[in-house]
Design a protein. Structure first.
Length: 402
């Protein structure tokens, strides 16, 4: 029977970066198991922002920065999407002067400040023995920093882009692929009714997994991804051919937000950068759509083909998790707890080749994860290879690490 009378320690858990379906099931899994094993669980609100901004005073109202989690709280949220702990893209190593918390302005006066000393003190103030951050490579890169500073950290990978190194799977990816397929299928009726191209921009800053998997599943004829600069005339010719062969006279392309024309650059909505140095991507779908229409007469008897242009954006991020994003986060949460119960830290829980495992946490900052073009992407056909699936994991394209 679990020891619930004597507190064994305190676990802090947070979610950072973009929200995805599957975060709440992961929080639920950690919390329920931890409580039954005799731990207290503190949920940090708004990612690294909460632990950076709180006040170290027992009389202060820090309810906006953290809360003690109970089974009742996590059970209610555990079946839903998003994150009830909320999230942010705060990077404690790069806090602008105008965003330094009021109670710290006398200490941190530089234009950009590293609040890591305050984060460490705040973690100690809360009595946290182990931290479990859930996030993508940006959020988890700071977890690596805390581990290097001597804190006990076990990380859980989350991102729709599925590009955290070391793992084949990140929370949110399956629901993103599921929604992309569903929405594409919904728009087919309009594309076919008007005999148009259907061009859809999907997430994927540096890695093209969110375009590759739906295409592989039959949602699109072609996809263009960040790992390969594409020729717009080749894409247009392929799309015209696909449209001609389709009895309903339409064809579909999925466009990663980080995709680039040959000799071009990434397209940004603005040059304003987040705390991790990323400007907001967006707009490549608009450009590809315009160019497809412009180039189409060359391959269509001098007649232009109109384009239905849709950016999926938050439509694939919101709502409830699918089956995999309900089960995998549960497993990840329990994996993290297993490590903590054995007093093991400095690890990233992972799924590799169909098996749950863990890796050294510094794999997050020590490598990058991309689609292997040679193995998985046919540059002549601008779509995935449909071969060599034997002994591959569920989502085909692995972390490519030995």
């Amino acid at each position: 029977m679990a020891n619930v009378r004597k507190k064994k320690g305190v676990i802090g858990i947070l979610t950072g970066g973009g929200d995805v379906p599957g975060l709440n099931p992961a929080i639920r899994a950690v919390t329920i198991r931890a409580i039954r094993e005799g731990y207290e669980v503190i949920g940090i609100r708004r990612g690294w922002a909460g632990i950076s901004e709180m006040v170290r005073d027992k009389k202060a109202d820090n309810s906006q920065y953290y809360q003690v989690l109970t089974e009742k709280i996590v059970n209610k949220a555990g079946r839903t999407g998003g994150t009830f702990l909320h999230t942010s893209r705060t990077n404690p190593t790069r806090i602008p002067k105008n965003k330094v918390p009021p109670h710290l302005t006398d200490t941190y006066k530089d234009e950009v400040n590293d609040l890591t000393p305050e984060v460490i003190k705040n973690i100690d103030f809360l009595g946290i023995d182990f931290m479990i951050p859930i996030g993508g490579d940006d959020t988890l890169s700071y977890a690596v920093r805390l581990y290097q500073e001597g804190l006990k950290v076990v990380a859980i990978p989350k991102t729709m882009d599925n590009d955290v190194p070391g793992t084949d799977y990140c929370i949110g990816f399956s629901t993103c692929v599921t929604r992309t397929i569903q929405i594409t299928n919904s728009l087919r009726t309009t594309a076919g009714s008007h005999e148009r191209f259907l061009a859809m921009e999907v997430f994927g800053r540096y890695a093209g997994y969110t375009a590759m998997l739906p295409t592989m599943a039959g949602a699109a004829n072609r996809c263009v991804i960040p790992e390969y600069e594409f020729d717009i005339e080749k894409l247009t010719q392929l799309m015209v051919d696909d449209r001609y062969k389709n009895p309903s006279k339409y064809s579909v392309v999925l466009i990663s937000e980080g995709a680039m024309f040959k000799g071009g650059q990434m397209v940004f909505e603005s040059q304003v950068k987040d705390a991790y140095g990323h400007a907001k991507l967006g707009g490549i779908g608009d450009l590809v759509s315009a160019k497809l229409k412009e180039c189409s007469p060359k391959f269509n008897n001098n007649k232009p083909i109109n384009v239905i242009n849709q950016k999926l954006g938050y439509l694939v991020r919101g709502g409830d998790p699918d089956a995999i994003d309900s089960v995998a986060p549960m497993a990840y949460g329990n994996l993290a707890l297993d490590l903590i119960l054995h007093r093991i830290h400095g690890r990233l829980v992972v799924l590799r080749n169909g098996r749950y495992d863990n890796m050294p946490i510094d794999v997050i900052t020590g490598s990058k994860k991309f689609v292997d073009i040679e193995k998985h992407y046919n540059v002549d056909r601008l779509r995935p290879y449909y071969k060599s699936f034997e002994m591959k994991p569920l989502f085909i394209m692995t972390s490519e690490m030995e």
